[in-house]
Design a protein around this ligand. Structure first.
Ligand code: PMP
Ligand code: GLN
Length: 413
């Protein structure tokens, strides 16, 4: 292994997705919907490969297929309430992963520090380390008095003084994620204003991972940090078609930001993959063309999806409570954390060097055939103990999948 990859060999998705498959478990682990995407996107994808324009099977423009960046510029100009240049302010990539990779490696030099708020989507850390940077972790704090009743992810808060204390002369960037994976916390305007104020004052770049931007449960509101005063010029916002149209396997993402920041991301992209699959981009373009005039209305898929998910969220919370877990109700996204430490039927778990939640999840997959993800995977090495009582459930699932999980939990308890 090259020196730069040493220590980055472990991957939670490889491990737990593999275990779920091996044990044929009901899979509430890796986050993906198991219900079908809107028919118009799958039809558009079939037509893109099979239709009259066979050239859609060939390479397209490197930084983003013209039809896609044009419609995205329209959609996101309205969302950000500013004109977005399709050719210079949008970069289409292979998944949100690659946008994150381009944004991090496009700016971070060896020795630079990057602030990451815990719990965090796991890939931020290896990407920063690969670039030679140092991640600096600042935790969200759970509510001080632990109750046996249900809490919500909004109760997990950032101590702004603590956050600011972690900035040094080497801090170059902060990575934000709202709604947060795995917690489901939707950062409030007050929190984002406070973060933005620090970033402007200290001249810090922001990578804002907003892949779950449409999955917001009423009455919460998604605030885009790029829209706050002084922030557009320092923010790269990362998004994903996988989450937007429930097509995670399509692996299409994009970064939006001012041309001078997108330029750095382009330099990486043009050398690692050059371009992203044309038919996928064509189909996502058709999806946005269909939705663009109904954004904000009831018929819009981006509105229907969270309405459907909130019911699944509530069902999941009820199911988990009934079984003796203490769930944390999320305000957005499609994950729910739950404290398993008070379960009545706790098994005798093997002694291990691993975090307790990992040992528990491995036991549950093998013995109960129910797969989830240990929350310590979303914490840095020194902080994994903060999460050892929690596991993550994905509730973006068909009722039949939730029924199967319910049965396992009911029979077990
Ligand atoms: N960021 C977050 C917070 C995620 O949960 C995910 C996983 N879907 C990604 C980025 C990566 O998205 P994609 O599958 O589009 O690469
Ligand atoms: N974002 C999804 C999750 O958090 C999938 C991640 C992945 O497959 N790498 O579960």
């Amino acid at each position: 292994l090259s020196d730069r990859l040493k220590g980055l060999d472990k991957n939670v998705w490889v491990e737990y997705t593999g275990l779920a498959a091996k044990h044929k478990a009901v899979n509430l682990g890796q986050g993906f919907p198991d219900f079908p995407p809107p028919a118009y996107v799958t039809k558009a994808l079939a037509e893109a490969t099979n239709g009259a324009n066979h050239l859609l099977n060939q390479y397209t423009r490197g930084y983003g297929h013209p039809r896609l960046v044009n419609v995205m510029a329209e959609v996101f100009s309205k969302i950000h309430n500013r004109p977005i240049d399709p050719n210079n302010e949008i970069l289409v990539t292979i998944g949100a992963y690659q946008s994150l990779f381009c944004a991090i490696t496009g700016f971070i030099n060896p020795g630079d520090e990057v602030i990451v708020i815990e719990p965090f989507f796991d890939c931020y850390e290896p990407m920063i380390r690969y670039a030679g940077g140092t991640p600096v972790f600042v935790p969200l704090h759970p509510p001080k008095t632990k109750t046996d009743g249900m809490t919500k992810s909004a109760d997990w808060t950032l101590d702004m003084r603590e956050l600011e204390d972690h900035f040094t002369s080497k801090t170059r960037m902060i990575i934000l994620n709202t709604p947060n994976n795995p917690l489901g916390k939707v950062f409030t305007k007050k929190e984002l204003d406070a973060i933005a104020e620090i970033c402007v004052r200290k001249n810090i770049l922001v990578v804002s991972d907003e892949v779950y931007e449409w999955l917001i449960f009423q009455p919460n509101e998604h605030i885009r940090i790029a829209d706050l005063p002084g922030m557009w010029e320092r923010t790269i916002t990362v998004r994903s078609a996988g989450k937007t149209f429930s097509v995670t396997g399509w692996k299409l993402g994009w970064a939006i930001g001012p041309a001078n920041l997108i330029l750095n991301c382009r330099v990486m992209l043009q050398n690692v993959s050059y371009t992203s699959p044309t038919p996928i981009q064509e189909a996502v373009a058709v999806g946005f063309e269909i939705e663009k005039d109904r954004i904000g209305s009831k018929e819009c898929y981006f509105q229907e999806l969270p309405e459907m998910l909130v019911e699944k969220r509530d069902r999941m919370a009820e199911m988990l409570q009934k079984a003796g877990f203490i769930p944390i109700l999320p305000e957005g996204g499609y994950f729910m954390l739950a404290d398993y430490s008070k379960l009545k039927n706790m098994p005798e778990l093997p002694k291990s060097d691993e975090a307790a939640d990992s040992v528990f999840v491995k036991w549950m997959i093998a013995e109960k055939k129910l797969a989830t993800i240990p929350v310590s995977a979303f914490y840095s090495q020194g902080h994994k103990h903060l999460a050892e009582e929690y596991i993550r459930f994905c509730f973006s699932k068909n009722d039949s999948t939730l029924d199967a999980a319910d049965k396992i939990l009911t029979d077990w308890m």
